[in-house]
Design a protein around this ligand. Structure first.
Ligand code: AMP
Ligand code: GLY
Length: 426
């Protein structure tokens, strides 16, 4: 079979890498891909939102399955466009993807179906929002309704900070139409974890648990990023908690959507806050997380194409998805200045040496070729991922590999997975 992967980050490199191990897959294409993906797939320079060109590619190359990484094409209806042409695609429909693309849709859906989440109000008027923020006490959370490249959520420690966020979103229109509606929501405390599952719209198969590190600096300091590293499993998700998340969150979400005439096929990701053993939803994503996918797929024993086909045919209940007992840790290496402004084109050295161990895989994110060199081409550049018998072994191996890699301005967190080791769940 031929498969097309859409996207060009670390998550997509991990998907492509996993597909190279599939017994079904003869050829992999990736649009647009990156320098690491190019070693194992044919990278095609088509934009992730150029559905006509992507469908043409699928048609001319006789591609059997398409797997979508990022959220933007989902919110623009890539699944609907492919299905209209009778093409298989692992992606939820545009209606289903509203769980991620509209925070107002997502919160109202959760309220209606009694899925635990923070109390909130929706505002279209700046004055009303400001009044409400002044009435409530900080800390408080301000969220732009639409997609804002991960920047549309402000956890405000003070009322002034919250009002400043409202001004930026509603008056200065920093996120454009994504800020037409704003959610003001109670700030939850606890431990965060990522819960991802495969679903065919009826059966839900949870993946192994994972945890992301969103802040740029050690000890969760500094601004939010796309994710500076992740590990799997996350000890905070015990067997008991997994059962609770399935019962109170995942199942009612998939069933609730189906009741509303929306069949959800693909990956559903719940960003959770866990307090005293009780999970609440911070957000839904309608795709695999980046960088959570790198450690999670490193632990997948089953054939990813078997899973994609079972979802597509709606027979996921017949499949047994197997995971390795190993733990995995992914450390993201970022460009100098990220998540703010950064320069591109810095030569990366030490990649081969870093990947010498069989248990280390260096997933590329923002990388490109330049005159025979591999150079930086984005904010998050590499995701150095290692597996081991436990988190400690995986962490040590990942950081040993990180020590081999260099590029000008490179920075990374030194404490990825420390939280899992300390059992520090607060
Ligand atoms: P989101 O994009 O909705 O996941 O929000 C990004 C980050 O903001 C989350 O990973 C949390 O760290 C934080 N966050 C979102 N909502 C809340 C909330 N209600 N209480 C506390 N933190 C939150
Ligand atoms: N790592 C968080 C996300 O993919 O949204």
């Amino acid at each position: 079979m031929k498969v097309l992967v859409i996207g060009g980050g670390g998550r997509e490199h991990a998907i492509v890498w996993k597909l190279t191990q599939s017994k079904h897959v003869d050829k992999i294409y990736c649009a647009p891909g990156n320098a690491g993906i190019a070693e194992m797939a044919e990278c095609i320079d088509i934009g992730i939102n150029d559905f006509d060109e992507l469908i043409n590619l699928v048609r001319y190359e006789w591609i059997d399955m398409t797997i979508v990484g990022p959220e933007e094409p989902l919110s623009r209806g890539i699944a609907d466009a492919f299905e209209k042409e009778g093409r298989r695609i692992l992606a939820p429909s545009q209606a289903a993807a509203q769980l991620e693309s509209s925070k107002v849709f997502s919160k109202e859906f959760m309220r209606k179906h009694r899925i635990p989440t923070a109390a909130y109000k929706v505002f279209t008027s700046y004055l009303h929002a400001e009044d409400y923020v002044r009435m409530k006490e900080a800390p408080i959370v301000i969220k732009a309704d639409g997609l804002a490249a991960g920047k549309g959520v402000i956890v405000a420690a003070t009322t002034d900070e919250a009002i400043d966020a409202l001004k930026r979103i509603m008056k200065d229109r920093e996120f454009g139409d994504a800020g037409n509606r704003v959610i003001v929501e109670d700030c939850l405390q606890g431990e965060e974890a990522s819960f991802m599952a495969f679903t065919d719209g009826r059966t839900i198969v949870p993946m192994v648990s994972s945890q992301d590190h969103k802040r740029v600096f050690d000890d969760d300091k500094g601004p939010n990023t796309g994710g500076m590293g992740a590990y799997s499993p996350a000890p905070v998700i015990t067997g008991e908690l997994e059962a609770l998340v399935m019962e109170k969150i995942m199942q009612p979400t998939i069933d609730g959507l189906r009741e509303e005439g929306i069949k959800y096929k693909g990956v559903l990701y719940a960003g959770l806050m866990i307090k005293d053993g009780n999970p609440s939803v911070l957000e839904f994503n309608c795709r695999l997380g980046d960088p959570e996918t790198q450690p999670v797929l490193s632990r997948l024993d089953s054939d990813l194409m078997d899973i994609a086909l079972a979802i597509s045919d709606e027979r996921l209940s017949e499949l047994k998805v197997e995971w390795k007992k190993d733990s995995a840790v992914c450390v993201v290496l970022a460009s100098g200045g990220y998540p703010g402004k950064y320069e591109k084109g810095k030569v990366i050295s030490g990649l081969d040496k870093a990947a010498e161990s069989d248990d280390v895989y260096v997933f590329h994110a923002g990388t490109a070729f330049n005159d025979g060199d591999i150079v930086t081409n984005g904010g998050r550049v590499l995701g150095v991922t290692a597996t081991g018998a436990n988190i400690k072994a995986a962490q040590e191996l990942a950081y040993k590999a990180v020590g081999q890699i260099q590029f000008e301005g490179m920075h990374y967190r030194k404490d990825i997975a420390d939280r899992a080791l300390k059992g520090d769940n607060k």
